[in-house]
Design a protein. Structure first.
Lengths: 399, 399
């Protein structure tokens, strides 16, 4: 699809805002039969939907619950089944680690092993983030021949391991046996060129075990999701857009950087993000604007908090509209229904507001209303071509 | 898809009419919020829609604006992304040039160059069609070794160049540098076997320059879109249909001929086309009937003219129904919203009227009404299998 789009791209001065409401879609609360979006008072989003083309986005495939990585890659125009990003890489992006081409990243867990080396707790009793920081300091002092080593704390028992050096491979097996009562597995190479990297990682694990011997319950590590940065075509080059990303959370800044967007410095709140949007309005053609609160509430299983998060966001919509973007897209990277208290596989409402988006019977921005929209249910990586068309930035295909 | 269909085709005596309303879909006029289809009084199409299955056709992919070539190939059952037709070939089809397998066709522009040979106007001030005809006469006298040469005027500054002979290749680079102040580029071969064709074309260009030296502003040529006829599976063979095409405009006759339909002699008006339909009714199973006025008005940005063109067409619908086709399909090859004054990417309404098309809530033939139809939004190359099924001309898949 990107190969079809690229030669059709033409220059224009139109401006695009892609607002991603993280974990937007929900499910009805059994007591009322209404979802979070249906319960919330969202007059500004409803007004926008009335002038927009609406539909539902399926991010990966029917029944597949997207993580934040594939969820956003789809919104950026990349088929998430074609462009897969390993978990180690996502974990590194999530802490905004400056991962470089050739680096191998893995997700690390501190865990507990008994005197025989058998795992008794795969998460080391969820140690505090403070303890995690202290223990990663110990691991950071490990030296391996020919490679630079980074050990970065994430949260509680989680950390990131990065190896930097020549000729490394991310094709390695995981050490987590996924059950208790067994020892961590050795890392095995999964391709011919990965033997040396496997040896290096096994040497790291052996040394980590020595240095953590007195640190129970966090007296051992498990490593998963080894991978390297994927080679993604760059978003600004594909779409001919000066693209700026505005996100308070590091994971989303990392994903935007991964596809080559400029990550704009912003603050911790959505109000800060809106200030950043205004400040850079004239310098970019495309803004990726991220709102986290909807997902947080959904993942917490807090229906009312998600309703409140939606209503807070709705109140900010006029501030974006005041900038008069030529194309204003509101959608999300995945569902986070409060009744699931986590990500969901449900398709996510989308509205495309532009002068040329077309007539639409949709009168409210909800899951059910958008199901009747003219955009239908469509794969997330079809969104960017639609957005580009609405921005009058694509010429026609064939004479 | 065609490979799936072909072995399922069975004989029947049913008759099919595919009416293509060129550039059918539109967009609301801001003053009224109603599209051209919603503004027009279309009682006959509405009556048809009430008894038909309705939906929206997406011709190439979301956000992609189809040209007339891919737009119609999709309606004929060919995935336009799989079966691409070069611009030179389309230009030749557009003037009904009898292009043959192996011929290489290119789009030509007369242009203006200064004394240094640098381009000062890529369209030679849009010379009159009369001048174009006079100058192509000059170019037609150029002789090249081992190939036959055709230079055919199109309109204003545009012409078609065709080379006929053995072992030619259409894999050639273009000569138009797309900017002013540069000289035309030499043609380069883009595959191993194209070197001789490139030499021939460069010789043609050099000779054209000599013969046009005194013809300013049209004192040079630019050549683009070199290509050869694609090898398309033939429509009558795939679908087991005696297929007749009725179109007043040469481009659409050319597209029908490209897929192997019989092109029926007709007049300049839609009334002539309907006469041709009646005349040949007993001799064909499938009729492709083309109506141009909707697209012309849309491309002119004339909302009222498009409404009028729709109403004129609507008045003719009973004449088609009087013939009692078993399957009557009404759709278009792409959108031409008046507010865009050109082709658009918006999906196009479709109705399939047959005894077996199924129940449908749609009560009007408009973009919004069809969005709620049981056919949903679907790729254009899925239309022909649906049509064949409704004509009871497909057996079941698997026992």
């Amino acid at each position: 699809m990107l190969d079809v789009i690229r030669p059709l791209v033409i220059a224009n001065t139109t401006k695009i805002v892609l607002l991603s409401l993280d974990g937007l879609a929900g499910l009805p609360r059994p007591e009322t039969g209404l979802s979070e979006m249906e319960t919330a008072r969202l007059p500004n989003l409803a007004a926008l939907a009335q002038e927009a083309a609406c539909g539902l986005i399926r991010h990966v495939a029917p029944g597949i619950t997207p993580g934040s990585g594939p969820g956003h890659l789809g919104l950026f125009g990349y088929d998430p089944l074609q462009y897969q990003v390993g978990r180690g890489v996502l974990e590194a992006l999530g802490i905004e680690f400056d991962l470089r081409g050739g680096d191998v990243a893995a997700r690390g867990n501190f865990c507990t092993v008994d005197a025989q080396g058998l795992i008794t707790d795969r998460r080391a009793g969820r140690i505090s983030t403070e303890t995690c920081i202290r223990l990663t300091d110990r691991l950071r002092e490990i030296r391996l021949p020919g490679v630079e080593l980074f050990v970065e704390p994430v949260k509680e028992h989680r950390f990131v391991l990065v190896l930097r050096g020549p000729s490394l491979s991310g094709h390695l097996s995981e050490t987590d046996p996924q059950v208790l009562g067994k020892p961590p597995l050795p890392v095995k190479p999964l391709e011919a060129g990965a033997a040396r990297t496997a040896e290096l990682v096994n040497a790291f694990i052996a040394e980590a075990r020595r240095r953590l011997a007195d640190a129970a319950p966090a007296n051992m590590v498990l490593l998963r999701g080894f991978d390297q940065l994927p080679e993604l075509p760059r978003f600004p080059a594909i779409f001919g857009l000066r693209a700026g990303a505005i996100a308070a959370y590091p994971m989303y800044r990392g994903l935007a950087r991964l596809v080559g967007m400029d990550v704009l410095k912003t603050g911790a709140t959505f109000a800060d993000e809106l200030g950043t949007l205004r400040q850079h309005w004239s310098s970019y053609d495309f803004f990726f604007l991220h709102y986290k609160d909807t997902d947080k509430a959904g993942e917490d299983g807090d229906f009312d908090a998600k309703v409140a998060a939606l209503e807070r966001l709705d109140a900010s919509v006029p501030e974006v509209r005041a900038l008069e973007p030529d194309v204003f897209v509101v959608t999300g990277d995945h569902a986070s229904p409060s009744v699931l208290a986590g990500h969901g596989w449900q398709p996510v409402p989308v509205l495309i507001h532009s002068r040329y988006a077309g007539a639409d019977p949709v009168r409210a921005f909800t899951e059910r209303a958008c199901a009747a929209g003219t955009l239908g249910v469509f794969p997330s990586h079809h969104l960017m071509p639609l957005v580009m068309a609405n921005a009058l930035r694509l010429t026609k295909f064939g004479a």
